[in-house]
Design a protein around this ligand. Structure first.
Ligand SMILES: [Zn+2]
Length: 319
């Protein structure tokens, strides 16, 4: 990765009267190696929990379309190994706190794993945190591998019978080419180099293995409909990368894997309407909700148009 140099400032553009940004981004895109970036957004970005903001510039790569928010932390590996990251996002770096926040999401995820069986398989969860998903899948699997930089989770993960590693490299020493199903939920947007990261996962997989990953969708409809209030929520200091299907496919291809997308809309129409009305997140519990039939149509419409709030991907080692 090249060096980052941002010199942010604003001045009136004499040509069209709009504000333009005089800032520079000197970094080679880790996906397509372009050095051309356009400032896509400048303004408040989420810095930890909702309500806390920092000013930032989001850059869009001219080559592959990935968006980048330069991270504040100079050493991301150290950051994720410490407890600071969980605390920055308003959580506590202990397993019980993780279970109380994330256990109930796990059955929802199973819905998106279409046709992926864990029975008798070696499974790995990359960036598993407290390991709620591995606990759900472990009963079927031959072996379960927990890869998590946050050391506060390790003792508890071991107690629950998972093989625990703090990095892809250390897991590969024992499991290279042996993992049948890897999952990686909401992690790729955090890493410094997405291609290097996916390459590390690919090395773990058997030739007919699969990686199921998920990440926020850069084509999320609310980015267009709500505009800046939603942008300042969507862009987060802890997420250096924002993907759409095309740049995620390119990252997957560069790491030696094929890619098949699946669009998943998590939030309801009432949440969407509240963003337009109030400019803030209100979640899925709404008195004004129009009911599950309407929400099913709403969600499948966004998913069909590739404008859902989440993007899943099925990556398989290329033949
Ligand atoms: Zn690029």
């Amino acid at each position: 990765m090249g060096s980052i140099s941002n010199r942010a400032g604003q001045a009136d553009d004499p040509k069209d009267g709009c504000l333009v940004m005089h800032a520079e981004m000197k970094q080679t895109c880790p996906i397509c190696h372009s050095t051309e970036w356009k400032a896509e957004y400048q303004g408040p970005v989420r810095d930890g929990v909702f309500g806390k903001y920092d000013d930032g510039i989001v850059w869009k790569c001219d080559g592959c379309g990935v968006s980048h928010l330069p991270p504040k932390e100079e050493n991301l590996t150290d950051y994720y190994q410490s407890d600071e990251y969980r605390e920055d996002v308003g959580e506590h770096a202990d397993p019980q706190d993780y279970f109380s926040r994330h256990d109930d999401e796990q059955f929802d995820k199973a819905r998106f794993l279409k046709g992926t069986s864990f029975r008798g398989k070696v499974i790995a969860d990359i960036g598993c945190a407290g390991g709620s998903f591995l606990d759900v899948a472990k009963g079927l699997a031959k072996a379960s591998i927990a890869i998590e930089p946050g050391k506060s989770y390790h003792a508890s993960l071991r107690e629950r019978g998972h093989h625990v590693y703090d990095s892809l490299e250390s897991a590969a020493e024992q499991w290279q080419g042996q993992v049948d199903v890897a999952v990686c939920f909401s992690v790729i947007e955090h890493v410094l180099d997405p291609v290097e990261f996916l390459t590390g996962i690919r090395k773990l997989l058997t030739p007919d293995g699969v990686l199921v990953l998920s990440t926020p969708n850069q084509r999320d409809a609310l980015l267009d409909f709500s505009g800046n209030p939603y942008r300042s929520f969507f862009y987060r200091r802890v997420h250096p990368w924002y993907f759409d299907e095309d740049c995620l496919r390119l990252a997957s291809t560069k790491s030696g894997m094929t890619f098949e997308p699946q669009y998943v809309q998590r939030f309801s129409f009432a949440n969407f309407a509240a963003w337009l009305r109030e400019g803030k997140p209100t979640g899925n519990a709404h008195e004004a909700a129009l009911g599950p039939v309407f929400d099913d149509v709403w969600k499948s419409t966004l998913e069909t148009q590739k404008k859902s709030d989440y993007l899943y991907g099925f990556c398989r080692p290329a033949a």
